[in-house]
Every structure is written in structure tokens, then in C-alpha cells.
Design a protein around this ligand. Structure first.
Ligand SMILES: [Zn+2]
Length: 85
């Protein structure tokens, strides 16, 4: 009788350990992305890019530096179009 209780307790303990490990692994896999740099380090820009494949155009208004690498669309680098006034 006593032996059974001990085994049940050991089983429960193992369950808790496995459960904790699982949660920890989940947490490490879904760790948040690095925070963006503070606003003071971002530069306000205003440039347009066009996708040479499908023709979509977008405007970039904020970047870590004045001359950021072009974004990609359709697996290609987008073409720099013109600064927007
Ligand atoms: Zn595209």
C-alpha cells in the first residue's frame, strides 16, 4: 500500500518535471523578436520602391540609416524609385 503511494508520487513528480521542461522549450522557441532600436536612433526617410516583377510600389518612412538596403518582394530586391516630397 505504502509502496503504491510512493510510486504515484514519483509519477506525479516526473509529470511535473516533463511538463515544466516542455513549457521551457516552448518559451525558448517563441522567444520574442529583438526590440527595435529606440526612436531616436531611427531616421525619418521618405523613399519609394517598386517591385520589378509584379510592379507593386511601397513607401519607406523609417529606417535605421539614411540609405537602407532595399526591401524584397517576389524574391527580388525592389528598385529604388524616388524620394517622395
Ligand atoms: Zn512583387
Amino acid at each position: 500500500m505504502f509502496g503504491t503511494i510512493v510510486w504515484v508520487l514519483i509519477g506525479l513528480l516526473l509529470l511535473v518535471v516533463i511538463w515544466r521542461t516542455g513549457i521551457g522549450m516552448l518559451r525558448s522557441m517563441t522567444s520574442p523578436l529583438p526590440a527595435p532600436p529606440p526612436a531616436g536612433e531611427m531616421r525619418r526617410i521618405n523613399v519609394r520602391y517598386r517591385c520589378g516583377v509584379c510592379g507593386v510600389e511601397l513607401r519607406m518612412v523609417m529606417a535605421p540609416d539614411q540609405d537602407p538596403p532595399p526591401p524584397r518582394h517576389c524574391l527580388e530586391d525592389m528598385d529604388f524609385v524616388a524620394p517622395v516630397e
